[in-house]
Design a protein around this ligand. Structure first.
Ligand code: AHR
Length: 512
């Protein structure tokens, strides 16, 4: 009995001690701080699994309410999320896609085999008009990722002319014949995708030459603005790739260099999206937090060749990658989305915000039913994932001025490995200040103290995304297990804001 009491007291003391865990955040001068480009909050929709077909697009004749074949519930959810751009049609699919197959009467379009994703045959019923009209409906900027790997310069520049030329030209005539008079005016273009892999297994030197060739012949056809040309970027920590592109491509031909990095337990042994243990959670967060080092080092290389930071670093594929859900096509990359994904989203977006001098665009992979999706669908049902809710809370940072900060964080230990438990970013816009905080610790709540005296904040409100278990997620039967809630566990005293963050939680505070 005595032992039980002693053990209980020891446990209580430990818990109490852990409740004392503190983090201090210091806000620094905003004077030369960049604006957080809204495009950091971009999304990605590939012809992969059920992202486009049986995801966004159910067809004009579907019983599911739709606008030109795109589900109305998805349109409403994405409008509410305020997505600034949408990347399409790939991914690896981009370098197999011949855009002319996806225009004109739908019943006359040729089929194609999706060689990368499940080998399925598609009928090209969702093409350029469908995508660009959808972007207009959503009020989002299209990002066309165009084919370099199996295409030609002519095919590429024809696409630019088709969507952007207002005057008389072969491609604008074709567009008009297909019942669209007005040019869409697409500015953001990806020149191939993953050219080191599925885009053609190229060396950076070879691709740099190809990029120069494609880029030279791209014209915006409108004289109203410039194209934003993005070179296919490095795979994770392939710094040589970035070095060669920055060294070999003249600055007048390029506006952005991409980077792809996913979070996972082990590439060869990804594990379940919902049934994972703490070790798997910790390892996933290790790869997610590696983004800090990746953007720092890639930016340092870019700084060497581009001191004025003209060229943007575009992380146009990021997110968690796990095994597909049981019984689903392995080539469709359909996975659930838990509080682990909320942690990936919150920490990654904080990293991007804090590096917004160079990171000026990013695309979460992918929007619907694929990888770290913000939306999942089943028949006529649709659910919003924890990642959706985090991105919704964070949308306040779009086009806001960054408030640079320094975080002194307690450690989250697992075995002999440690990670910083706390991640943060802050910004100001329209007389409001927002601070987004993430505690990735699996068991401990942490109190964060921020001296906000200089900001003279009065009315502070907050919202939280949290749940009792890391594995918690929304399902079609229980769609609101995880949703943002009002949060009150903070106080402002003598200019110091103290916020107590539960384990694995995301909190966004707003002060006026
Ligand atoms: O997002 C899924 C795939 O991941 C993309 O098609 C490819 O670019 C990357 O390897």
């Amino acid at each position: 009995m005595k032992f039980i009491c002693t053990a209980a007291i020891a446990l209580f003391t430990l818990t109490n001690l852990s409740a004392q865990q503190k983090s201090t955040i210091t806000l620094t001068s905003q004077e030369n701080a960049p604006t957080i480009n809204k495009h950091i909050y971009g999304h990605f929709a590939e012809h992969l699994g059920r992202c486009i077909y049986d995801g966004f697009y159910v067809g004009e004749n579907s019983k599911i309410p739709n606008t030109n074949g795109v589900r109305n519930d998805i349109i409403a959810a994405l409008k509410d999320l305020g997505i600034p751009n949408l990347r399409w049609p790939g991914g690896c699919f981009a370098d197999t896609y011949h855009w002319k197959d996806g225009i004109g009467p739908k019943d006359e379009r040729p089929t194609m085999v999706n060689q990368w994703w499940g080998g399925v045959t598609e009928d090209n019923s969702f093409g350029t008009h469908d995508f660009l009209d959808l972007c207009e409906t959503l009020g989002t900027e299209p990002y066309l990722a165009a084919n370099v790997g199996s295409g030609t310069v002519q095919e590429f520049t024809d696409w630019v002319q088709y969507v952007n030329h207002s005057g008389k030209s072969p491609m604008s005539d074709l567009r008009k014949k297909n019942k669209r008079d007005k040019a869409w005016g697409v500015s953001i273009w990806g020149v191939g995708n993953e050219m080191w892999g599925c885009g053609g297994n190229m060396t950076p030197e070879y691709y740099a030459n190809l990029f120069k060739q494609y880029s030279t012949f791209m014209s915006d056809w409108s004289n109203t603005g410039k194209l934003f040309r993005i070179a296919s970027g490095a795979n994770v920590a392939d710094y040589h790739w970035t070095e060669v592109l920055m060294r070999d491509i003249p600055k007048n031909l390029i506006e952005g260099v991409a980077l792809h990095s996913y979070s996972f337990v082990e590439w060869e042994k990804k594990g379940s999206s919902t049934n994972f243990n703490e070790e798997q959670y910790f390892t996933t967060m290790q790869t997610a937090l590696k983004m800090e080092e990746l953007v720092t080092k890639h930016s340092e290389i870019m700084d060497k060749y581009d001191t004025n930071k003209k060229i943007a670093l575009i992380v146009d594929e990021w997110g968690g990658w796990y095994d597909v859900e049981e019984g689903t096509n392995p080539g469709f990359l359909y996975q659930q989305n838990t509080m682990r994904d909320a942690m990936i989203a919150g920490t990654t977006l904080n990293i991007f915000n804090n590096h917004s001098d160079r990171v000026r665009m990013a695309n979460l992979a992918q929007t619907v039913n694929v990888l770290q999706a913000v939306i999942l669908t089943k028949g006529d049902k649709m659910i919003l994932t924890p990642t959706y809710h985090v991105m919704h809370l964070y949308k306040v940072h779009q086009d806001a001025k960054l408030i640079p900060l320094k975080v002194a964080s307690p450690e989250y230990k697992f075995g002999n490995k440690t990670l910083p438990a706390i991640s943060a970013s802050a910004s100001a816009k329209d007389g409001k200040t927002h601070v987004s905080l993430v505690n990735i610790h699996s068991t401990e709540k942490i109190t964060v103290e921020i001296n906000v005296d200089a900001l003279k904040l009065k009315n502070i409100t907050a919202q939280i995304v949290a749940s009792p278990k890391l594995q918690d997620h929304n399902t079609f039967e229980k769609p609101n297990v995880i949703a943002p809630k009002d949060f009150k566990d903070f106080k402002l005293k003598n200019g110091v804001l103290s916020v107590t963050l539960p384990p694995f939680s995301v909190v966004v505070l707003e002060g006026k």
